[in-house]
Write a protein that binds this ligand. Structure first.
Ligand SMILES: [Zn+2]
Ligand SMILES: [Zn+2]
Length: 973
């Protein structure tokens, strides 16, 4: 029986992972990991709910990888880590999908179709891809309890949301206002500023008309005020022109007309002009001008010049066209002037019937028609196309309009200071987001536009009396006389009325709420707080940790914070990790139209989940973009995993050959070889570094530290220790490598859960009483007694000297295989055992240390003089290497016996015969037969291979050994 089960020569990680997954399922490892800690102190995680009406993509794997690693780490530290999944189920994205499938084009068509059936279809569609989500989540090793996932459309969830809105209403922070908001004429609802904060909402280089228009003075029609706008469609709604009272203006003569504009904007004029007068804006205030269109009804104060503080001379003419309903500043100014504001455009973005000339035209299509009309009437001074940054609906991509609407707002500005204060207490990774992206956002905070004039969402729980306008915000179903068995969605809820104190009937307002409010409510709503689970909520708020991609800063991170601060005066989370975005390998956003979207399943099939996860942790720090391609993942992360696997494979192979017994107590560390002590010291140091990094939620540094350890173990340690693994009997090298790999498997378990578990199980298989899985283990503990900074420093120095010696050999044209008599090391005093390591590594008979002759760092010199013995040894080493290569090419396994036939010139033959024992033991040879150069190979040997060894030709023939060997172990020597 071998000590370890022999490993296949080549590993395919995707397959290995599928096997591990199946075993996790059979052995209920996730469930066991929870049961094991059920009485431990909790580490609280909130799952940001995704919407399951779309397929998960590669960027979801990114966020889920980061969520998972810190949860596994905390679990291995001994914490209870419940991970309740959740689904975001309401909102426009859902409605849009259903509209598309039903080919409905407007809200009117939805209402004709029937809101009840429409919402039924929305409910069904939100879980359309739930299987796909669960499958992907499982496949990448993200442990999440999806069986008990919360859903934002559940009545209990909605009731908690209502409770919270009632709290906010009671504090006077929920109000109705006539406000200009970004508005999508297709979805026919306004959007909140955090929705405009979504990536891609603002598009650069959007072309729009820029028109400069004449507004003729009533008293002097030969003189015009010039105003500029990029939305000609707002001109029929013009009510006033605004100027800056302090800004200097001029009247110029151009041909036979006179024009008025800001002095600083003269370059908008085409052709020659003559300045006739200069005056401050205050002198223009009160001038009446001829309205452009006749549609708005007469008002005394309309169509006059007014002073306003928002006028600047950065663009346009310094005179601002003001249409009350289509700009925030415009509306405020008109309200201040006491003007009655009336819409010229309907909710569908089309001109209303009373605007006869353009009635029914969509605003953007009306732009050129209006310009043409003005040109015909001699009112268009200049027209151009400008490129600017313009917002679009983040879901349906319609250009947004600024549109005055009645809407419900949450007065988040009232808690701005508290938001900033609590945000400052959050540990952000990367840290600059706290005061940067998030802090700036909070500094420029606006009230939250909460209501949506839509159908599939949490109904806004405000009832208004039809007689006396009394308003009541409802906080539970019981207040309406309803039980828990209802569906509180539209249209049912709209039929529920309340009796007003005045005797009138109270009806619910028609709106639903922003679905971002739903997800921000998950800390309490997932537990139906405060109706149930009060203790649980107290215990699990705020969360210790959340993680989502960068686009959530102004999304979920904000709504979580805002609601927790308003309701509980607390932050919602203590730590948040924010990986940047995934883009293609050229740095471009992935999009269907570009055809550069990477299918997550294809990627997983090629590289496996561990490689992908490892790549996300290591390739860049969390603040940078992930430029992904299968090739990039394979070249770094997959390669790394292969190196790790080969190291494990090396241990397994040679431990089996040596029949090493892992259950035997190994020699005390202090009595082990210096290389063993060194790699154990590096291990202890790495454990410290990794834990320190992970305690700061820095996965990148942790993984980098592990990668460095793996690199040192697999290259330097293994190369220098190789002779001790062949035919060794003391077991210290095996015990050391075994422990290093076992601890690496525990260190890596949070990051590469599959390969770490496969390694762990293999390594612990001969040890009785080990855990079923690495994920039931504790994380490696710091061990100060193993730290040896001096040795670590000395070894680093030694490696530098070895590198220097290699360079010297290269310059002298003497390969490392050629033994040299000695090396002189200057400026450092090395212990005998380190000198021996260096001597072996640079292949010299001895290393002699000399005191430093001058100050500065140590250096090495080599004695290149070759004695006949050294030359012979060099030839022998060359021969050993060639035979080892030939063994590999012939497909022989390590330790498998073989026979060698050698034909060569006499000097090489002599070297072989003098070093016969070394040759046999290093190459696992039973017999070594020498043959005259031109004789044919003996029977049973394949055709010989001709090689050159230090300029000497040799022919080598190799065949598998004939004699069977017991136990597969070849006794060398
Ligand atoms: Zn839209
Ligand atoms: Zn009333």
């Amino acid at each position: 029986m071998p000590v370890f089960e022999p490993l296949p020569a080549h590993v395919r990680f995707p397959e290995l992972e599928e096997n591990v997954l199946a075993r996790w399922g059979r052995e209920r490892i996730f469930e066991r990991s929870l049961e094991q800690r059920k009485d431990a102190r909790p580490f609280v995680f909130y799952e940001g709910p995704p919407t399951a009406n779309g397929l998960p993509g590669v960027h979801h794997i990114l966020a889920r990888s980061f969520k998972d690693c810190f949860l596994r780490y905390q679990q291995m530290l001994g914490r209870r880590v419940e991970r309740r999944g959740g689904w975001d189920t309401h909102g426009l994205p859902v409605e849009l999908e259903v509209e598309r499938s039903l080919k409905l084009r407007s809200k009117q068509e939805i209402e004709e179709f029937g809101v009840e059936e429409f919402n039924r279809l929305c409910r069904a569609s939100v879980m359309e891809y739930i299987d796909e989500w669960e499958r992907l989540t499982g496949r990448i090793g993200f442990w999440l309890d999806m069986e008990h996932a919360y859903r934002t459309y559940d009545p209990s969830y909605i009731e908690s949301v209502w409770w919270s809105l009632q709290q906010i209403h009671q504090r006077g922070w929920l109000y109705r206002g006539y406000r200009v908001a970004p508005y999508c004429p297709r979805c026919q609802t306004s959007l909140s500023s955090h929705e405009l904060g979504q990536p891609g909402a603002y598009r650069d280089n959007t072309p729009d008309p820029g028109v400069t228009v004449r507004f003729r003075l009533i008293e002097d029609p030969g003189t015009s005020l010039l105003a500029w706008t990029t939305t000609p469609w707002t001109l029929p709604g013009n009510l006033a022109l605004a100027v800056g009272a302090e800004i200097p203006y001029v009247r110029v003569r151009q041909g036979d007309e006179r024009l008025i504009l800001a002095r600083g904007r003269l370059d908008v004029l085409d052709g020659a002009y003559e300045i006739e007068a200069e005056f401050p804006g205050s002198e223009l205030v009160g001038l009446s001008y001829q309205r452009l269109f006749p549609y708005l009804s007469e008002q005394d104060r309309a169509w006059k010049v007014a002073a306003a503080d928002f006028v600047s001379t950065e663009e346009g003419t310094g005179i601002v066209h003001t249409a009350g309903a289509y700009g925030e500043d415009d509306l405020r100014l008109c309200q201040e002037l006491g003007l009655e504001v009336r819409h010229t455009v309907g909710l569908d973005g089309r001109f209303l019937p009373f605007v006869e000339e353009f009635a029914g035209l969509f605003v953007k299509s009306a732009d050129p028609v209006i310009s043409d009309d003005l040109r015909r009437r001699g009112l268009l001074y200049r027209e151009e196309t400008i490129l600017h940054t313009y917002p679009f609906c983040w879901r349906c991509e319609t250009p947004l309009l600024y549109y005055a609407l009645d809407s419900w707002f949450i007065r988040t500005t009232a808690v701005k200071e508290a938001l900033l204060r609590h945000n400052a207490s959050v540990g952000w990774v990367p840290s600059h987001i706290r005061d940067g992206r998030m802090g700036n956002w909070l500094e420029s905070l606006q009230d939250w536009n909460l209501s949506r004039a839509r159908y599939w969402g949490t109904p806004l729980p405000v009832w208004v009396c039809q007689s006396c306008q009394q308003e009541r915000c409802v906080g539970s179903f019981a207040e309406l006389g309803l039980g828990q068995d209802i569906d509180p969605h539209k249209p049912f809820i709209d039929g529920v009325t309340l009796a007003c104190e005045c005797g009138g009937v109270m009806r619910r307002v028609p709106e639903v709420i922003d679905c971002w409010y739903d997800s921000g409510a998950m800390p309490f709503a997932q537990w139906h707080y405060p109706f149930e689970n009060q203790e649980r909520f107290q215990e699990e708020h705020p969360a210790d940790y959340i993680s989502e991609a960068l686009d959530q800063t102004r999304g979920w991170f904000y709504t979580l914070l805002a609601e927790s601060v308003m309701l509980f005066d607390q932050p919602a989370y203590r730590n948040v990790v924010v990986p940047s975005l995934v883009v293609d390998d050229k740095g471009r956003k992935m999009s269907k139209s570009r055809g550069n979207v990477i299918d997550p399943w294809e990627l997983l099939g090629e590289t496996g989940a561990d490689a992908l996860r490892w790549w996300f942790y290591t390739t860049v720090t969390v603040g940078q973009e992930y430029r992904i391609s299968a090739q990039r993942v394979a070249e770094s992360a997959l390669k790394f995993l292969n190196v790790l696997w080969n190291t494990q494979s090396f241990l397994v192979t040679y431990a089996n050959l040596a029949k090493w017994d892992p259950s035997q107590t190994p020699p005390d560390v202090s009595a082990r070889h210096v290389l063993d002590r060194w790699i154990l010291a590096r291990l202890a140091q790495t454990v410290d570094e990794v834990r320190l990094s992970l305690d700061r939620f820095d996965a990148h540094s942790a993984c980098r530290a592990i990668a460095e350890l793996v690199d040192e173990a697999s290259t330097w340690y293994l190369r220098c220790s190789r002779p001790r693994f062949r035919g060794t009997t003391d077991g210290a090298a095996f015990a050391t490598l075994h422990q290093v790999l076992l601890d690496i498997s525990r260190l890596m378990a949070p990051f590469t859960p599959f390969v770490a578990d496969a390694m762990y199980r293999e390594l612990t298989s001969p040890l009785p009483g080990s855990h079923l899985s690495v994920h039931l283990e504790m994380y490696p503990e710091p061990d100060p007694s193993r730290l040896d900074p001096e040795l670590v420093r000395d070894m680093a120095e030694l490696r530098r000297l070895a590198e220097e010696a290699r360079a010297l050999r290269e310059a002298a044209g003497v390969p490392t295989r050629q033994p040299l008599a000695r090396a002189l090391v200057e400026g450092v005093d090395m212990s005998a055992e380190l000198r021996a390591v260096l001597a072996q590594e640079i292949n010299v008979g001895e290393v002699v240390c000399q005191p430093a002759t001058e100050r500065g760092r140590s250096s090495v010199r080599l004695d290149f003089e070759l004695t006949p013995e050294l030359r012979q040894e060099g030839l022998l080493r060359g021969l050993v290497r060639q035979v080892q290569n030939l063994r590999k090419r012939s497909g022989l396994n390590p330790g498998e016996p073989a026979d060698l036939v050698l034909a060569s010139d006499p000097e090489l033959e002599e070297a072989a015969s003098a070093g016969r024992e070394l040759l046999r033991s290093q190459c696992f040879l039973d017999t070594v037969l020498t043959l005259a150069w031109d004789l044919p190979m003996p029977a049973g040997f394949p055709a010989p291979v001709e090689v050159a060894i230090q300029g000497k030709r040799a022919r080598l023939g190799l065949r598998p050994g004939i004699e069977p060997r017991g136990g597969g172990v070849h006794q060398t020597g």
